[in-house]
Design a protein around this ligand. Structure first.
Ligand code: ADP
Ligand code: MG
Length: 593
């Protein structure tokens, strides 16, 4: 049985206290399994997805076992990057807060070796570092290995990806024979297993890999978007979801720099994180991001590896990751420690294959997101603002301002004009521009609505649009198998899942002809589902389901496409009803031309 509370683990008061202070109550699965084994002294292979608390899984037992009266390095932790080494060192410091006299040192490239040598000479118990710099110290004789009885490889798979395998072998071969050897990794590729065979003794294997490689608390979607529209889509998502802390990934440093420039011009507080920055610059950026002084961190894969910042609300893959494994690591920056998070992956039509690779690799389904129009964004902002005004009215205490109104009126303008001017000042004018961001080929019109039992045929659409549709993922685009032999496996899978009822309505193309879009003030947070809305509309208004188009549920509101001829009916009727006990407010969000 795994211990359910930290109190059930045989830990000292000092550690229990520090753990409680960090806000941890229950050990994560990897911690529950690894800590007792590590305390016993076993060699260990620990495999768990990112964000599952692997750091504390090794830091807690290590801190328990350090002999504070021996001022020599006893534990060596290898990390792939400088950021990660710093983060691990921080975690050791926090967890070791009440264990008096434990000293740790983080050593990595890019920082004065002289200072590190001094720190090591002062007598440290735990050394955390990147492989290159550790070797440097070993070769200079500035890192005393004699008393090392524990070596930990954190993010072993990433160290391998970064080409550190020779360095790691070199370090391992320098270690005293009597020691505990520990590997932590999100994945366990063959070369790592080969290393464990060579350097570990009867390792215990602790594997916490849910079938899905990615964290379930992350709401994942992808957006088909042209490259030149990606930045605009990013703005819209940030506005629509009211995001204050996000990490954006690009595939190249150049793209990172370009994007940061654009975002800053747009008024977002964005900073870059990539390998060309000096170490102290990187530290500054990270510190600002952590404390909320920077809202958007734009990073490359390597620079952001393992970065652990709490409360990252969303990860945006501005460039589709080139390797499915990167996807898993990237989106692992959000939804950490039991919090929920979102991920948005931008993909152009030529890159759809990468989404499918990711889905296969991680055994997940990524929903296709609807690109919000400027109108969607604006309507949402308006409704948010209207809500804030109502809240303020409810709070009262407005006399002072009411007096002010008197003065303003005296200078000219009636109440409505004054209010409108204020709204304009506070909200700004709606952004204009290409309202609908289209991906090539053009968004196709689909005339079937499977969910609602619409009997209109879809096949006519697929004939009419023929080749154009090969890049869309509406079910009809799979009708012509011979078109795309290279995707036959995928095609079969999708067809199968659709037959079995596991349909993915998100991926249907929207039929917007003769439709208008309505805004409903209820969303996921009110536990509203598509069928709730559909059922309520058909039930209350008596209109046929076939006149209702796509329904997009967001956190606090939803959009529903309705045939124009029924819009008034729906507006009138639905504004008087409740769905799931909640009063409905419906507004016209916009018409399609
Ligand atoms: P990993 O190395 O597996 O990617 P981390 O060790 O970086 O994950 O931990 C992810 C986050 O979870 C950190 O913010 C950490 O402080 C937090 N955390 C770790 N263990 C627990 C726990 N038992 N309860 C709550 N939060 C935890
Ligand atoms: Mg980690």
């Amino acid at each position: 049985m795994n211990p359910l509370h930290f109190q059930d683990l045989a830990l000292s008061q000092e550690l229990q206290l520090a753990i409680a202070e960090m806000g941890f109550t229950e050990p994560s699965p990897i911690q529950a399994q690894a800590i007792p084994l590590l305390l016993e002294g076993s060699d260990l292979i620990g495999q768990a997805q990112t964000g599952t608390g692997k750091t504390a899984a090794f830091a807690i037992p290590t801190l328990e076992k350090i002999k504070t009266n021996l001022f020599k390095p006893q534990t060596l932790v290898l990390c792939p990057t400088r950021e990660l080494a710093n983060q691990v060192a921080e975690e050791f410091k926090k967890l070791g807060k009440y264990k008096k006299g434990i000293h740790t040192a983080a050593v990595y490239g890019g920082e004065s070796i002289g200072l590190q040598i001094k720190a090591l000479r002062r007598g440290v118990h735990i050394v955390i570092g990147t492989p290159g710099r550790i070797i440097d110290h070993i070769e200079r004789g500035t890192l005393d290995l004699e008393n090392i009885n524990q070596i930990i490889l954190d993010e072993a798979d990433e160290m391998l990806n970064m080409g550190f395998i020779d360095d790691i072998e070199k370090i391992l071969s320098h270690m005293p024979a009597e020691r505990q050897t520990v590997f932590f990794s999100a994945t366990m590729p063959a070369p790592i297993l080969a290393l464990t065979k060579k350097y570990q003794k009867n390792p215990q294997i602790v594997k916490v890999t849910p079938k899905q490689l990615t964290n379930l608390s992350i709401d994942q979607s992808f957006y088909k978007v042209r490259n030149e529209h990606k930045t605009e889509l990013l703005y819209r998502l940030v506005e629509l979801h009211n995001l204050k802390s996000i990490v954006v990934f690009c595939n190249t440093k150049q793209q990172v720099d370009e994007l940061v420039g654009a975002l800053q011009q747009h008024g977002l507080i964005a900073e870059a994180l990539h390998g060309d920055l000096r170490q102290n610059q990187r530290n500054q950026v990270m510190a600002k991001f952590r404390t909320g002084g920077v809202n958007v961190l734009v990073a490359t894969d390597v620079a952001a590896r393992g970065i652990d910042v709490e409360n990252v609300e969303a990860v945006i893959n501005y460039d589709t990751p080139l390797d499915p494994e990167y996807y898993v690591h990237r989106i692992g920056r959000t939804g950490r420690a039991g919090k929920s998070g979102k991920s948005f992956t931008f993909v152009n039509s030529r890159e759809m294959g990468r989404i499918w690779d990711i889905e296969r690799f991680a055994s997940i389904k990524i929903a296709q997101g609807q690109i919000p129009s400027l109108k969607d964004v604006w309507v949402y902002r308006q409704s948010q603002f209207a809500e804030r005004i109502q809240n303020e009215i409810a709070k009262g205490d407005l006399e002072y301002f009411q007096e002010m109104i008197g003065q303003i009126k005296a200078e000219g303008g009636d109440l409505e004009t004054i209010t409108a001017a204020l709204l304009k000042m506070l909200l700004g004018t709606p952004r204009t521009g290409t309202d609908v961001l289209l991906e090539e080929p053009k968004r196709t019109v689909r005339t079937e609505s499977r969910e609602y039992g619409n009997s209109r045929t879809e096949r006519s659409g697929s004939d009419r649009y023929g080749k154009d549709r090969t890049n869309t993922r509406s079910s009809s685009s799979y009708s012509s198998r011979s078109d795309r032999p290279e995707r036959s496996e995928r095609t079969e899978r999708t067809e199968r899942s659709e037959r079995s009822g596991a349909d993915r309505p998100e991926r249907r193309e929207r039929n917007t002809q003769g439709m208008v879009r309505l805004f409903f003030n209820l969303g996921k947070q009110q536990r509203i589902s598509k069928s709730d809305i559909l059922g309520a509309i058909t039930g209350e208004t008596g209109i046929r389901g076939s006149l209702i188009g796509s329904i997009d549920i967001f956190d606090k509101y939803s959009f529903v496409d309705i045939a124009q001829i029924e819009a008034q009916n729906v507006l009138k009727t639905m504004n008087q009803v409740k769905i799931k006990g909640k009063k409905v407010n419906v507004e016209l969000a916009g018409a399609f031309n």
